[in-house]
Design a protein around this ligand. Structure first.
Ligand code: ATR
Length: 285
């Protein structure tokens, strides 16, 4: 009987996590199996109780459950405490009956930015589009890694203000501000940015733009955490303005790799996981 791991979310049909993790189990000759479970919010607490009593490795957590799971697990650790969001549930190292919530989106973002963009957030003037669960993890990295400025831009400005206020202890010398998406200053904010990241859901499976990146400067790094389509309309427009661009697949693969390592203790075969995700993306839905 294979040992199980899961991803929970709603909707979950298009998740690439099962193909990545099952490819990793096979490549590492681990008798494991990864399954996607579609859960409505009201089902999550009972499902976690079942998970606690099983021998499964744990689960990944995706939209819209990341913040709720942070309140339902027995312990929250690492970056998940700061982000207020859990994307991976594993077992306590000395008490397997306790479920621990961690966040590997921060690791995924940091590794993808280094590997594909060749940079870190150190000294960057960051413009972060979005203030949801994903944006929170990215803001944690920007502040931990020493961004010089962090501008959080969101359709609902109050949510950007709440995000920044909740990370106040991390801010240090970083200059932070919240800006509304339609604000006339946004063009100038984008023009002076050195790193712009889309962490909204705008552009997922569509050609919509979260904001017009035409004013970004030549050489600015622009990242989109959306990986489907691989080249989002936002990245295409940013490249046209002279920016370097990084898509979201690397972050997806690295957050998965970090979760796999946490569960199995085995170094993740990230290239196998990336190839499995790329292949799945190339098959029309
Ligand atoms: P996730 O966990 O993926 O971050 P989320 O918490 O629902 O998901 O956050 C989605 C983000 O995309 C938010 O910043 C949201 O803006 P609001 O806080 O104003 O809701 C943003 N977003 C979603 N749809 C949007 C749209 N049509 N236009 C602009 N921003 C949008």
């Amino acid at each position: 009987m294979p040992r199980l791991a899961y991803v929970i979310g709603h909707p979950i049909r298009h998740s690439l996590s099962p193909v990545m993790h099952n490819a990793a189990f096979a490549a590492c000759a681990i008798d494991g199996e990864y399954r996607a479970i579609d859960l409505m919010p009201e089902q999550v607490a009972d499902w976690l109780t079942e998970l606690r009593g099983s021998n499964a490795y744990g689960c990944n957590v995706t939209v819209p459950h990341k913040e709720m799971v942070a309140r339902l697990v027995d312990d929250v650790a690492g970056d998940a405490v700061l982000a207020g969001a859990v994307n991976t549930v594993c077992r306590h190292p000395t008490d397997s009956r306790r479920l621990v919530g961690i966040n590997t989106d921060t690791i995924g973002f940091r590794r993808s930015l280094a590997e594909e963009g060749g940079i870190s957030c150190q000294g960057q003037h960051v413009v972060l589009l979005g203030a949801g669960g994903a944006a929170r993890a990215l803001a944690v990295v920007a502040l931990q890694d020493g961004a010089a400025e962090l501008v959080v831009v969101n359709r609902t400005e109050a949510r950007a203000e709440v995000l920044l206020a909740s990370l106040n202890a991390l801010v240090g010398p970083c200059r932070t501000r919240a800006v509304a998406l339609g604000d006339p200053t946004l063009e100038a904010e984008l023009a002076s940015a050195t790193l712009v990241v889309n962490a909204t859901s705008v552009g997922l499976g569509s050609t919509e733009l979260p904001a017009d990146p035409a004013s970004v400067s030549t050489g600015c790094m622009v990242m989109d955490i959306i990986y489907n389509p691989r080249a989002t309309a936002f990245l295409i427009a940013a490249a046209r303005a002279g920016a370097h661009t990084v898509g979201g697949l690397g972050m997806l693969v690295h957050q998965a790799g970090a979760a796999f390592e946490q569960w199995t203790g085995v170094r993740p075969p990230v290239e196998v996981m990336r190839a499995a995700a790329e292949q799945a993306l190339s098959i029309p839905a």
